[in-house]
Write a protein that binds this ligand. Structure first.
Ligand SMILES: C[S@@+](CC[C@H](N)C(=O)[O-])C[C@H]1O[C@@H](n2cnc3c(N)ncnc32)[C@H](O)[C@@H]1O
Length: 195
């Protein structure tokens, strides 16, 4: 039983960024993942924090919109039918394969920008780490970065997945927002927020 049994899309570059985020985290920090899908990378983040005995708040944001074809393709239909919906499929995957990790995360069922607006209204809610892995279109990544970069704590990190030729909009949006001042780490991008 492990987060690795949860269906999803992780790789070594994402895992390294999550490990560094947990290593950098101070007690009480807020770590946010945009785009949870079935919970694989969110459970990894929770496992790393549990193993490091870091008392952090881990928040996963995803609208879990139900579509004609299940997210990721037909191979997930059986799970969706068993669970009842995309959101419940995520809960079922996490509870089945990573129950301790599931107990240590908060799921926000809403879009990234709506969630950022809620954080903005609460001055205490300033994440030390934001990882963007939602809709990979240029417009969506740009609105995610516009919404979350100003909320990220000084010294914290905003990063994201799939900064690859398969998703040209990801790099275009990040390059544009940060004027090219970001790191490219394999499949991921990363930017530390400076004063
Ligand atoms: C590539 S998957 C995430 C993969 C996941 N991190 C994993 O470990 O497998 C993208 C997810 O982003 C979600 N998504 C799409 N638009 C979004 C938005 N505006 N805000 C947050 N999540 C969004 C989709 O519902 C989908 O579940």
């Amino acid at each position: 039983m492990s987060w690795k049994d949860i269906r999803g899309w992780t790789d070594g570059h994402l895992e390294a960024i999550y490990a560094q985020a947990v290593a950098d985290a101070e007690q009480g920090d807020i770590l946010v993942e945009i785009g949870v899908a079935y919970g694989r990378s969110l459970a990894l983040l929770a496992r790393l924090a549990l193993d490091a005995r870091k008392r952090v708040r881990i928040i996963g944001v995803d609208p879990w919109a139900d579509c004609d074809v299940p997210y990721g393709g037909e191979e997930h239909r059986e799970l969706h039918t068993k669970a009842g919906s995309y959101y419940e499929a995520c809960v079922l995957e996490m509870m089945t394969h990573a129950p301790e990790e599931y107990a240590n995360v908060t799921l926000l069922r809403m879009g990234s920008v709506t969630a950022a607006q809620k954080f903005e209204r609460s001055p205490g809610m300033r994440p030390a780490f934001v990882f963007i892995d939602g809709d990979h279109s240029y417009e969506s990544v740009l609105s995610d970065v516009v919404a979350w970069a100003p909320l990220t704590k000084t010294g914290g990190v905003i990063a994201g997945h799939d900064c690859t030729p398969s998703y040209p909009g990801v790099e275009r949006a990040v390059r544009e927002y940060f004027n090219g001042d970001f790191e490219h780490l394999g499949s991921c991008w990363k930017r530390r927020m400076r004063p």
